[in-house]
Design a protein around this ligand. Structure first.
Ligand SMILES: NC(=O)c1ccc[n+]([C@@H]2O[C@H](COP(=O)([O-])OP(=O)(O)OC[C@H]3O[C@@H](n4cnc5c(N)ncnc54)[C@H](OP(=O)(O)O)[C@@H]3O)[C@@H](O)[C@H]2O)c1
Length: 283
C-alpha cells in the first residue's frame, strides 16, 4: 500500500516525499494544485487533487493508502478545518497517521495543533505526532523579503532563543516513522536543531555570510501584526497564529534542544549556518 502525503508541495511535505521515495515507498502526493505537484515530482509519485475544505476530494486521496502524513495548511487557522478529513481517514483503518504538529504543544492549548492531536487520538487512529521547533525556512522564506531588501530581520521574538530545524530534517524524521508504522505507533517526538539562537545571532551569521550588515529590528507584536497584514498583505488568521507562536517563543518555549531527531534518524540536525550558506541566494 502507498503513503498519502498532504501538503506535498510545501516546505516539509516535499522532503517527506523525497525521503519516502528513497526508502522505496510508493507515494500519493496531494495538493490543490496538481500541476505544481507534477512539476515537482514528475511521474515518481501519484499526484491527486486534494483539498481539506472539499470532502469530495478525500476518497480519491485515501483509496490506495495505508499511512498518512497530515499537515495543516497555515491559512486554515481553526482545528475544525481538519476534522472532516481525519474522520474520513478513521474509516479507512490506516496503520499510522503522522501529524506535523508543533514543539511544546503538549502544554499549550492555544495553537490549533493541540486540538488536532487530541482529535486524532480520540478517533483511535494510530498516530506519530512530529513536533518540530521553528523551521529555518521561516527565515529564508516569509522573512527573507525584509532581509534582502532592507538588511533587517523583522520578527517579534524579543531576545528569546530558538532551536531552529531544517524542513528537510523534519521530512526525514516523518518518513522514518511512516516507514516503520509498528515501531512508531502512538508516539510523539519533539525534534529540534542542535543549537538555540536568538535573532541577533541569526543576524550575525547572515551578516558574516552575505558580507552585508544585517540587523535584528526586534519589533513589538502590534507593529509586526500591522506590517504583515497591511503592508505585506498576508492572511489575517495566519498572522494571528504567528503572533501567538512568537508570544510563546518569548516565554522561552522555542529554545529546548532534544535528542529525538538523532534517536529517530541516527543523524545530527543541520546547523543554521550550514542552512544559510546553502540558501545564500535567498538572503
Ligand atoms: N514554520 C514553522 O516554523 C513551523 C513550526 C512547527 C510547525 N509548523 C506547522 O507546519 C505547518 C506548515 O507546514 P509547511 O510549512 O510545510 O506548509 P507550507 O509550505 O505553507 O505549504 C502548505 C501546503 O498546503 C497545501 N494546501 C494549501 N491549501 C490547501 C487546502 N485547502 N487543502 C489541502 N492542501 C492545501 C499547499 O499545496 P497546494 O499548493 O498544492 O495547494 C502546500 O503544499 C503548519 O501547520 C505550521 O503550523 C510550522
Amino acid at each position: 500500500m502507498k503513503i498519502l502525503v498532504t501538503g506535498a508541495s510545501g516546505n516539509v511535505g516535499r522532503y517527506v516525499v523525497k525521503e519516502l521515495l528513497k526508502m522505496g515507498e510508493e507515494v500519493v502526493a496531494a495538493g490543490t494544485d496538481i500541476s505544481r505537484l507534477q512539476n515537482l515530482f514528475g511521474d515518481c509519485v501519484e499526484a491527486v487533487e486534494f483539498d481539506f475544505t472539499k470532502p469530495e476530494t478525500f476518497e480519491g486521496a485515501l483509496s490506495s493508502v495505508d499511512r498518512i502524513f497530515l499537515m495543516r495548511p497555515p491559512h486554515l487557522g481553526k482545528p475544525e478545518d481538519l476534522y472532516p478529513f481525519i474522520k474520513a481517514a478513521q474509516k479507512h483503518s490506516v496503520k499510522l497517521l503522522s501529524f506535523l504538529s508543533l514543539m511544546g504543544i503538549e502544554k499549550n492549548t492555544v495553537p490549533p495543533h493541540y486540538k488536532i492531536e487530541k482529535y486524532i487520538e480520540a478517533a483511535g487512529i494510530p498516530f506519530a505526532h512530529i513536533r518540530p521547533g521553528f523551521f529555518m525556512q521561516n527565515v529564508s522564506g516569509i522573512h527573507s523579503e525584509e532581509i534582502k531588501e532592507k538588511d533587517m530581520i523583522f520578527i517579534p521574538a524579543g531576545r528569546s532563543k530558538t532551536s531552529f530545524i531544517d524542513a528537510s530534517d523534519i521530512g526525514l524524521a516523518i518518513a522514518t516513522v511512516l516507514n516503520d508504522s509498528t515501531k512508531h505507533k502512538n508516539t510523539a517526538y519533539t525534534i529540534t536543531g542542535a543549537e538555540a539562537l536568538d535573532y541577533y545571532q541569526v543576524a550575525d551569521i547572515l551578516s558574516k555570510l552575505t558580507g552585508r550588515r544585517i540587523t535584528y529590528a526586534k519589533p513589538g507584536f502590534l507593529k509586526y501584526r500591522n506590517y504583515y497584514i497591511k503592508q505585506r498583505g498576508l492572511d489575517k488568521e495566519y498572522v494571528n497564529v504567528t503572533v501567538a507562536l512568537y508570544f510563546m517563543t518569548r516565554m522561552g518555549t522555542a529554545k529546548a534542544i532534544t535528542k529525538d531527531y538523532y534517536n529517530l534518524t541516527g543523524r545530527c540536525p543541520k546547523s543554521f549556518e550550514d542552512f544559510a550558506r546553502e540558501n545564500i541566494d535567498t538572503f
